[in-house]
Design a protein around this ligand. Structure first.
Ligand code: FAD
Length: 455
């Protein structure tokens, strides 16, 4: 009797949750039972990076949420998915639509392998509230700049979240490979339940005041949902629907959070339309910009990576990244500006380092975030934006708390003094490094390189 029951596969990728999951609903609709599958793809998974460890922790949580029916397989998805579908006798394999360059190509190949065996890949939903490629301007072209995109995005409006099914008929009985145990990945808990708890706590405690609080690395005032969003432990639709029903919080705070979600959507949209922008300059007119490389530059880059540039706010950010696998947004901008404009290094070098260390490392948000800072990206007037690491530090970490937390060599300097050890007699008494470059000079140099490249 059980043998007659039809099976559909739900192939999880960046959607490791059960709430608000349209592809799960489609799988339930398509067959009597749902077989949950995750493929550990060696192309995407390099063991040992914090991001991969974070993914393993999330899969462990998903395994429990799917009542130990989750089938883990290692290998090339093109072979693995077709093989498992055949083994389970599944006619359909359900996924959330993938929009990254590799994901799109992979899915087309999987779709073909399945079709060769008379099976179907069914795409429902995506990791975004409004799928990349949907928002276009009056002449059906993609938006190139954030503000008009965000206006059009708001006019379009995000769809309502999908219901969580009351009962999910999981399919038992297909063998799973063992899930490698995740190494410790810092203090961020993985899994859908943890993501929802974190979101609820943010709504209660930090949404009010978010507009200003989000600029302050010393305050811990942001939602820390970037890794949960990266793995789809929670969907942006859910966040947006909750925000729409919040009461008693100033509109500016609610709208600012929505805007941050729209940045995520924008960058995914840019990547969708221009897949090559992942690792190449978006703005061709800056193609001739001169960058530094070679042994001396490598040494400067190593100092930047290690948090030993001699600029306290830069070093604090880089050390937070190494320690937590997360860095505050303001610090991502300051440290990226330092690498590209003070050290004159091409942004992909920094983008790669970030992806190797961030738990939330995401191709579109990271690499376009880097291009935005470097001036090669989507922003219309990046030219004069060279972050001054000292004034930025004093403005956004006004009491020096954040610097002292991450740079113990400066812990003895009170208040703002932590941002300028060179102005204090005892500034270097705990072996804090001296500045590896002079910001004022490098700023001028960066601007003159931009001038030359634009001519
Ligand atoms: P919150 O302030 O709570 O924001 C809520 C959510 O909005 C975030 O979780 C994120 O999904 C989204 N968001 C916020 N700011 C941005 C932004 N500028 N661009 C895109 N989405 C945003 N974000 C990543 O998720 N992965 C990355 O790899 C990544 N790399 C970055 C690299 C650089 C150089 C820069 C400047 C930004 C990068 N960001 C990246 C964006 C941003 O810094 C992080 O999303 C944010 O710091 C995560 O913390 P949070 O969840 O507490 O943010």
């Amino acid at each position: 009797m059980a043998d007659d029951r039809t099976v559909a596969i739900l192939w999880f990728r960046r959607d490791l949750r059960l709430h608000d999951h349209p592809a799960l609903l489609a799988a339930i609709e398509a067959a009597d039972e749902v077989l949950p599958l995750f493929v550990i793809d060696p192309h995407l998974m390099s063991r040992g990076t914090p991001r991969s460890e974070r993914l393993l922790a999330s899969l462990a949580a998903l395994g429990k949420d799917t009542r130990d029916t989750l089938v883990i397989r290692r290998g090339d998805p093109v072979e693995v998915v077709a093989r498992v579908a055949k083994q389970a006798g599944a006619r359909t394999v359900h996924v959330s639509r993938e929009t990254t360059p590799y994901g799109r190509e992979r899915d087309e190949a999987v779709e073909k392998a399945l079709a060769d065996d008379h099976r179907e890949l069914v795409r429902t939903g995506s990791p975004y509230a409004i799928g990349p490629g949907t928002i276009v301007n009056g002449s059906d072209s993609p938006y190139k700049v954030f503000t008009p995109f965000s206006r059009a995005w708001r006019r379009h409006g995000a769809p309502e979240p999908a219901e969580r099914p009351t009962r999910i008929p999981w399919h038992h009985g297909i063998r799973s490979d063992d899930l490698p145990e995740a190494k410790d990945v810092g203090d961020i808990e993985a899994g859908e339940a943890a993501a929802r708890t974190r979101w609820k706590a943010f709504l209660e405690n930090d949404l009010e005041g978010y507009k200003d609080g989000r600029e302050r690395p010393d305050l811990d005032a942001t939602s820390k949902l970037s890794a949960p969003l990266k793995y789809g432990e929670i969907h942006p639709r859910t966040l947006l629907a909750d925000l729409a029903s919040v009461t008693g919080v100033p509109t500016q705070d609610v709208e600012t959070y929505e805007t941050e979600i729209i940045w995520r959507e924008f960058y995914a949209d840019v990547l969708w339309h221009q897949p090559e922008s992942a690792w190449h300059d978006l703005r061709p007119e800056l193609g001739g910009l001169a960058y530094d490389s070679g042994t001396a530059t490598d040494e400067l880059v190593e100092a930047w990576k290690a948090g030993r540039t001699g600029y306290p706010i830069v070093d604090a950010g880089m050390r937070q990244l190494l320690e937590l696998g997360w860095m505050h947004n303001r610090l991502r901008m300051i440290t990226a500006s330092f690498l590209t404009k003070d050290l004159h290094v091409w942004w992909p070098v920094g983008a790669r380092h970030f992806l190797d260390h961030l738990l939330d490392g995401d191709l579109s948000s990271n690499n376009h975030g880097w291009q935005w800072v470097a001036g090669t990206g989507t922003d219309a007037s990046p030219y004069f934006r060279v972050f001054n690491p000292v004034t930025q530090g004093k403005k956004f970490d006004p009491d020096g708390e954040y610097v002292r937390r991450w740079v113990p060599e400066l812990a003895h300097l009170p208040g703002k003094a932590a941002h300028e050890p060179w102005d204090h007699e005892d500034g270097y008494e705990h072996d804090y490094p001296t500045r590896i470059v002079e910001h004022d000079e490098e700023r001028k140099e960066a601007l003159s390189r931009y001038e030359r490249a634009r001519r």
